[in-house]
Structure formats: structure tokens, C-alpha cells
Design a protein around this ligand. Structure first.
Ligand SMILES: Cc1ncc(COP(=O)(O)O)c(C=O)c1O
Length: 215
């Protein structure tokens, strides 16, 4: 049988992180490519999971997330990020940041649209835009402090721009976007009717007095 993958799937390659891990395992190397948590999950979380498993809590949750979890997320967003959100209308629970990002982009981006991506970028954002049929518009974060050039960012936006991906604190650079930079991005999003899709997975990991500002 002459089986071929879809054109969409053929346009991107294996994850670089997984590839490095695979090769590392093959050669017995020390794997610096992948994150390995060096601490256990908090006992309360483990106990709560065990309790629910033993209690046969095994039915489908509401598709967009169990109500108690959405309420807890809204509470955290209000108290930690300072933004009031409605758990019934404005929270959708996904399986991690990876699914959240692709689901969000799929929900707003059409084939032919453009998505602004800062580079260097976390490797999933390239395939994410390709899966949407969109064209990534890369904007460089400049060394040594990974600042963005306002004019370069302005040039990246146009009538085709549908979204911009922001990852702060940033993988791989560690850059924490400043309030001024985020304000500029917000201004451009309003001007061009684009959506800012943010990945703030490292919001609790900031150093040297840096302040995480949630978009
Ligand atoms: C910036 C960033 N976003 C998302 C992920 C993956 O998140 P999740 O495991 O929640 O899908 C990673 C993991 O390395 C990451 O560095």
C-alpha cells in the first residue's frame, strides 16, 4: 500500500526536543535537551488525585472543564494576575499549554492569515501556525538582552495579521517581557484587530527582581 501522510503533516518535522531525547537514549548520553523536574509533585495534589481515583470519579467532565476547576482558575487569575474573568464564559480547560496554544490558534486563525512569532521561539509555535495554514511572521528578539525593536514589530503587522504569540517568561531566552513592550503589542493588536495568544507557563519562575506581567 502506498500510504502518505497529509500535506499538512508533511510540512513539519519531529520535535527537536524529542529527537534529541531519542538520540540521547540511543547513545546513553546526558540529556540536556528536555526538562526533568528535580522535585516531586506536592503531596496535596498527589493525595487529591489518589482520593478521586479511589472514589471512582471517572465520568466525563463538562467539555470545557469541571466547574470547580474553572472557578479555581478564575480565582487564581483574579488574585494573582489581577484580571477578573467569568469561569462560565471565559475559561476553557485544556490538556496543558501545548493543547491550549493550538486550540486557541485554530479557533481564531484562518488559512492565509499571518501570525507574528518572536524568535528564537519555543519549538511548537512553528508547527502550530503551519497546522492552521497560516504564515508565521518572525520578529527577532535581539541579544544580549533579547529586546525587541519597535519598528521591526510594527512592520510585522498588516491587514493579514490575525494573531501574535507571546511567551513570557520566555523559553528559550529567559526574557521577561516588560509592561512597555506588552503595551506596544496591545496597541498593535487593537490597531490591526489581532489576538494576542500568550503562553505564560513560566509565570512563577522569574529571577533578578524581574516582574512577570500577564497580558
Ligand atoms: C514555553 C513552553 N510552553 C509549553 C510547554 C509545554 O507545556 P505542556 O506540557 O503544558 O503542554 C513547554 C515545555 O517545555 C514550554 O517550554
Amino acid at each position: 500500500m502506498n500510504f502518505t501522510s497529509s500535506d499538512r503533516a508533511a510540512r513539519f518535522t519531529e520535535s527537536v526536543i524529542r529527537e534529541m531525547t531519542r538520540i540521547c537514549l540511543q547513545h546513553g548520553g546526558i540529556n540536556l535537551a528536555q526538562g526533568f523536574p528535580d522535585f516531586a509533585a506536592p503531596m496535596e495534589i498527589k493525595e487529591a488525585a489518589v482520593e478521586k481515583i479511589r472514589g471512582d470519579v471517572n465520568q466525563y467532565a463538562i467539555t470545557w472543564g469541571a466547574p470547580a476547576l474553572r472557578q479555581a482558575i478564575a480565582h487564581k487569575f483574579q488574585t494573582f494576575n489581577g484580571v477578573a474573568i467569568d469561569p462560565e464564559q471565559e475559561v476553557t480547560v485544556c490538556c496543558g499549554s501545548t493543547e491550549s496554544m493550538i486550540a486557541s490558534l485554530m479557533a481564531v486563525v484562518n488559512p492565509g492569515d499571518e501570525v507574528v512569532v518572536f524568535e528564537p521561539f519555543y519549538e511548537n509555535y512553528g508547527p502550530d501556525t503551519i497546522l492552521c495554514g497560516a504564515t508565521p511572521r518572525y520578529v527577532t528578539l535581539h541579544e544580549p538582552d533579547w529586546h525587541l525593536e519597535e519598528e521591526e514589530l510594527r512592520q510585522a503587522f498588516n491587514e493579514k495579521t490575525k494573531a501574535i504569540i507571546i511567551n513570557t517568561p520566555n523559553n528559550p531566552t529567559g526574557k521577561v517581557f516588560s509592561r512597555e513592550e506588552l503595551s506596544l503589542i496591545a496597541e498593535l493588536c487593537r490597531q490591526w484587530a489581532a489576538i494576542a495568544v500568550t503562553d505564560e507557563i513560566y509565570e512563577h519562575i522569574v529571577y533578578d527582581g524581574a516582574e512577570h506581567v500577564s497580558m
